[in-house]
Design a protein around this ligand. Sequence first.
Ligand SMILES: NC(=O)C1=CN([C@@H]2O[C@H](COP(=O)(O)OP(=O)(O)OC[C@H]3O[C@@H](n4cnc5c(N)ncnc54)[C@H](O)[C@@H]3O)[C@@H](O)[C@H]2O)C=CC1
Ligand SMILES: CC(C)c1ccc(C(=O)O)c(O)c1O
Length: 253
Amino acid sequence: MKLQDSVIAITGGGQGLGRAMGEYLAAKGAKIALIDLMPEKLDEAVTACVAAGAEARSYVCNVAKEEEVEKTFEAIVKDFGHLNGLVNNAGILRDGLMVKVKDGEVERRMELSQWQAVIDVNLTGVFLCGREAATQMIKNGDQGAIINIASISRAGNMGQSNYSAAKAGVSALVPVWAKELARYGIRCAGIAPGFIETEMTASMKPEALEKMTAGIPLKRMGKPEEIASAAAFIFENDYVSGRMIEVDGALRL
Ligand SMILES: NC(=O)C1=CN([C@@H]2O[C@H](COP(=O)(O)OP(=O)(O)OC[C@H]3O[C@@H](n4cnc5c(N)ncnc54)[C@H](O)[C@@H]3O)[C@@H](O)[C@H]2O)C=CC1
Ligand SMILES: CC(C)c1ccc(C(=O)O)c(O)c1O
C-alpha cells in the first residue's frame, strides 16, 4: 500500500508514540486522523502533522465508548472520503501487584476497578476501533491495514496483570483479524515495543534510567521514530499480515 494520500487513523494520537507515528506517516504523504481524549494535545499534534506536510484532523473520542467510536469512524470517512488504515495505539497503565503479604496478612492489591480500567481502554478500545475501522473500510470499498500496538509486557510482566492480559489479548486479535479481513483486502499486524523514550522516561532520575537501560542488550531505549518506521513498514509491505513485530532492543522481561 502506498502511504501517499492514504487515510490513516491513529488512536492516542495526541502525544507520545501516537503523535510520533502521525508525524512520521504524514511526512510520507499520508492523511492523518488523530483520535484522543485530550483536545489541546490533539490540536498540537495536528499542527505537527500539518507541518510535516500532510492533511490532518482531530477527533475527540474515548476509545472505550462504543457510541463515540462508531460516530468517530463515520466522521473520519465523511471528512476524508476514505479510510485505509488504523493504528490501535491508545493505552493506559495502572500497575500493581495482584496480592501482597504484609505483616503476615494477605492483601488484595489490584482493585477490580484498576483491572477494568486497563481492560476497557487497552483491550475493549482496540476491539471497538478495529471493528469500526473494518466496518467503514469494507462499506467504502477501501483496502489497507490495521496495526495493534502491544508491548513486550504481553509475555507477562510482574505488577502488570491488567496490562499484560490486555496486551496479550490485542496480540491474539492480530491473526484473528488477519484471517477474517483478508477477503476484503485488509491486513492486520502488530508491534510489541520495549522501553521507548517518551515524556515519562525523560522525567526519570538518571540513576533509574541507567539501571533500566543496563538490562537492555542494545543498552538504550528505543526512539518513537523506530516504532513509527515499523508501522510504516507494515502499511507499505502488502505481504505482511497476521504477525507481530518486536521492537525492543532484544530485551526479555
Ligand atoms: N512508551 C513505551 O515505552 C511503550 C508504550 N507502549 C504502548 O504504546 C502505546 C502508546 O504509549 P505512549 O505513547 O507511551 O503513551 P502516552 O500515555 O504518552 O499516550 C497515550 C495517549 O492515549 C490517549 N488515551 C488514553 N486513554 C484513551 C482513551 N480511552 N481514548 C482515547 N485516547 C486515550 C492519551 O490521552 C494519550 O494521548 C500504548 O498502547 C502503550 O501501551 C508499549 C510498550 C512501551
Ligand atoms: C514495561 C513496558 C516496556 C512499558 C513501559 C512503559 C510504558 C509506557 O510508558 O506507556 C509502556 O506502555 C510499556 O509497555
